[in-house]
Each structure stands twice: as C-alpha cells, then as structure tokens.
Write a protein that binds this ligand. Structure first.
Ligand SMILES: *[C@@H]1O[C@H](CO)[C@@H](O)[C@H](O)[C@H]1NC(C)=O
Ligand SMILES: *[C@@H]1O[C@H](CO)[C@@H](O)[C@H](O)[C@H]1NC(C)=O
Length: 294
C-alpha cells in the first residue's frame, strides 16, 4: 500500500516538473540540463532550485563544453540549518588528467557561517583547498559566484571581487590548466562526514529538504566544437587572436592579470576572510607545493 502510494506521488511530481519546465525554465534550458535526479531540480517561476532530501541530492551540467571563458551562477544558499550539506559550482574536464575549478559551499547550523572552499585540480592533481568565510550572509540573498579561465590565469570571484588567483607560471615549471574543454556543473549533496565543523555536525534530516536556489547561470566561453577536432579547437579557442569576431573578451589583454583595483580587493578579501590555505599547512605539506613558493 505504502509502495504504490509512493510510486503514484513520484509520477505526479514528474508530470508537474515537466509541464512547468517548458515555460519558466527556458532561460536555464538554453545553457544547462539536469545531470542527476531531475525530480530534485525544480523550476519555480524565474528561479531554479536544487533540492537535497534523504532520498537524493541533485545537479545540473552545461549542455556544452568550453575552452576558456567565464562562468557565473547567482545562488542563494540553503537557509536555516544547512549543516552537513555541500552545494558546489565548478568547471571540470573529463579523464584521469582532468582539470577542475571548484567552489564548494559548506553548510552550517542555523546562524553559524557558511564557508566557501575553493580547490583546483590541474592535470588530475588536486589537494589545493582554501577556505574563506564571506562578508555577507549567502543564505539571505542571491550573490554571483564566478570562475574566469583564460591562458594566463584562473580567478575565483564573489560578486566580482577576486578571492583567489592561480596565475600561469609555466615559465617556472609550474603546471597550468590548459587545452582541455570543460563543462560547468552545480550540485547539492550530503557530505556530513567532513563538511561542517570537520564532520562533527551531521545533517539533521528533520530539516530537509535543503534547497539551493539559482537566479541565473551565465557562461561566456569558447564553445567546444561538436567535431572534437582537438588541435583545431585548441587553436581556435586559445590562439593569440581574440576569436573570429574579436569577441573572446575573457582572453583580452586586460583579463590576463588582475587590475590594480582587483589586486587590492583580493588582498582585502584574503586578509579579512581567509580561514584556511593549503599553502600554509605545513603539517600536510612539509615541502610546500611549487605554486605556493612564488
Ligand atoms: C560553522 O560554524 C562554526 C562555529 O562558528 C565555525 O567554526 C565553522 O568554521 C563554520 N563553518 C563550517 C563549514 O564548519
Ligand atoms: C526521510 O526523512 C523523513 C523525515 O525525517 C522520515 O520520515 C523518512 O522516514 C525518511 N526516509 C528515509 C528513506 O530515510
């Protein structure tokens, strides 16, 4: 009896979400699609919601892959008790030697601050975590979280304030993420084994569902061609010229390094809000990673 009721309800929810999708989801549908648990990805008017409950989390992925560009999501994080949950917004390529640029928003008990963890994988190697708190309550309103990637730098930004930069130092023998098309992804899941206060605070399922809300997902990038002609595509997206129409703005000269103003913003954000940096973790890295020395 209980089982058949559950199946009926599930069928009903699919119907509702599909019919709503066609109308209000249009602006998201051009760019992204559900990648996991589409019944936990919900369109609500102009908004998109990813829901975590004790059955499932949820996620979406960009329809295209990009070689260089800027991806931004305007997100309002889980309100109230979000302990144990992680909401992620990231770019990633495929394969064992993949690159990945992560924003991971680590939830907390009601009234305690979210932490923003960033991480980078370059050619399959990660372990580059940094953590910050924020200068606003990310559950109270929408804020823009962006990743800028071009051949000279990877920049993580919060409301256009840079919070982390990984500059191209290949000249000093330091790996830089290049030449792999990356998708843009977001998801919410249960990570109560590590996310909140080192895993000491577990997810309280009586407060489910946990909902992350999206107002906008915007990707400006060099879209990877369907033919997958790697060499030609790499040349087209990363070459010195600024795209066929000169419109690859994320690669233009002024995007190759932070402006003076942005450098000041970065210093401010790190001085005031950085709570963990792998570069300073000598217990974990007795010999600091190469990119930390410069
Ligand atoms: C949660 O709140 C506690 C207490 O304020 C704080 O120490 C911790 O860094 C916060 N964030 C996470 C993700 O644990
Ligand atoms: C999910 O959580 C609800 C509320 O706490 C509970 O009633 C239900 O039994 C749980 N279901 C599963 C599959 O754990």
């Amino acid at each position: 009896m209980a089982d058949s009721c559950g199946i009926f309800l599930l069928g009903f929810m699919f119907l509702v979400s599909f019919s709503v999708t066609g109308v209000s989801g249009a602006k998201f549908d051009e760019v992204i699609q559900a990648s996991w648990a589409s019944d936990h990805m919900i369109y609500d008017g102009e908004l998109l919601k990813l829901k975590l409950d004790n059955f499932s989390g949820a996620g979406f992925a960009s329809k295209s892959k990009y070689l260089y560009g800027k991806a931004t999501a305007e997100i309002k994080l889980v309100e109230g008790d979000s302990a144990g949950t992680v909401t992620a917004f990231y770019m990633s390529s495929d394969g064992a030697n993949h690159h990945e640029f992560d924003f991971e928003f680590l939830g907390n008990t009601t009234g305690e601050p979210y932490l923003v963890q960033t991480n980078m994988y370059v050619n399959g190697i990660g372990n580059r975590e940094q953590r910050m708190d924020l200068w606003f309550d990310p559950t109270a309103d929408f804020h823009a979280y962006s990743i800028l990637w071009n051949p000279r730098q990877v920049v993580f930004l919060v409301d256009d304030t840079p919070i982390r930069v990984y500059a191209n130092r290949e000249a000093r023998g330091i790996m830089f993420p290049r030449d792999q098309p990356m998708g843009v992804y977001s998801s919410i899941w249960n990570a109560d084994d590590w996310a909140t206060q080192g895993g000491r605070v577990k997810t309280d399922w009586s407060h489910a569902p946990f909902v992350a809300t999206y107002r906008k997902v915007r990707i400006d990038g060099c879209e990877w061609g369907a033919g997958d002609e790697w060499t030609a595509e790499i040349k087209r997206c990363s070459g010195g010229e600024w795209g066929k129409e000169g419109r690859y703005w994320w690669k233009e000269k002024e995007m190759e390094a932070l402006s003076v103003h942005q450098s000041h913003q970065l210093m401010w954000a790190r001085a005031k809000h950085l709570v963990y940096d792998y570069c300073a973790d000598t217990a974990r890295f007795p010999v600091p990673p190469a990119e930390c020395k410069v």
